[in-house]
Design a protein. Structure first.
Lengths: 187, 187
DNA sequence: TTCTTAATCAAACACTTTGTTCTGTAAATA
DNA sequence: TATTTACAGAACAAAGTGTTTGATTAAGAA
């Protein structure tokens, strides 16, 4: 990728995420973004066809960092999941979230963050299926499995939102305990 | 309220909610709304200063119907909440939701429905505090109470969304059981 | 270094959307 | 009936969108 492209891309990302903390997504105009990022109008549209694409790509890039080196099931010693190891994974992700705290915070709490939340749940769904839910274990449960997955993902997004609203005062370990406290009895 | 006002208001509500099933909120223009509702431009703006106000007022009106005659704590015989009575309340609300299914479905699943979801949780938070959470009972729990309330509300919204995505095939009673299954062990 | 490619910029463009303001008309209520 | 009050229609400025043009300028390869 061309150095100029990277530079432009980053400038737009920075300008955009900064603006999201002050203004709602829908009220931010392309004009304002290119003014703050100091790039030409043509340049912006050559990078991102629409404003939605800009948000989408910014989310993707962020998630790749957050979920990238989450411990894989193959790498753990025991194949049968214990609550301890799924807690580890949650803690791990929460640490990554804290690293990218500012931008995450902006995206998760900003008005019109529903697109972001959708992507977030989507990414987390895989982890829930692989790591947290023990496949085959819950066949006999009263609730359908797809509902259970959706419930746990939504609970995770919710806990992160609550965390961000409290300025991330609690430690990732404590958060993971909260998460286990409300989802543990189910899985 | 003037008969003409009511008529105009309803016409706009109907046009708007119909359009939300086809188009995303952000892409719907005032021009399209007034064309479909067949009202003048001036009229629209005299009713709703912005498009956001339109959505907000439509939500409020809907919620008042859904949450209106939910059984009050004062009307129940026992003041100490049992899981049975909270289940009753949930079932009751779900029945109301099913009545208004079409419009609820549109609002909860449409893109840019985050405002709606926020209002929904807001309304439900009160019920959680009064009916579902037994005040004083959870002081010793490991999780903070405000987190618990947020978690339960989010779980309820989530269950309703899942329900709508499945075309409301399940009965309200079964849904209430699911809800109890995932939140019951906590409260 | 030099050459070639590709990204950027500035300006202007047609177009859509927004929200306001005007005046005349029709319907509600007292 | 008389008097409010809501509505319609049209025109309006202001702002935003997405595209086109041609000229610069920087990057990467020879």
């Amino acid at each position: 990728m061309d150095r100029r492209q990277r530079k432009t891309r980053e400038a737009i990302f920075n300008a955009f995420s900064e603006m999201l903390s002050n203004k709602s997504y829908s009220r931010i105009t392309v004009q304002e973004i290119i003014d703050k990022a100091d790039v030409g109008r043509t340049t912006f549209y050559s990078h991102f066809p629409t404003k939605d694409d800009l948000l989408r790509e910014m989310c993707s890039e962020l998630f790749e960092h957050v979920f990238s080196d989450a411990p894989e099931a193959e790498q753990t010693h025991d194949f049968s999941m214990t609550s301890g190891s799924s807690k580890e994974i949650v803690t791990h992700i929460l640490y990554h979230l804290k690293e990218h705290g500012r931008r995450m915070s902006i995206l998760l709490t900003c008005e019109s963050g529903e697109l972001f939340q959708r992507y977030f749940k989507q990414y987390f769904n895989n982890l829930v299926m692989i790591h947290i839910l023990n496949p085959g274990k819950h066949k006999t449960t009263v609730v359908p499995e797809d509902f259970l997955i959706a419930h746990i993902s939504a609970s995770f997004v919710n806990i992160v939102q609550w965390w961000l609203e409290n300025n991330m005062e609690q430690s990732p370990e404590l958060l993971a305990e909260y998460f286990e406290a409300v989802t543990g009895p189910i899985v």
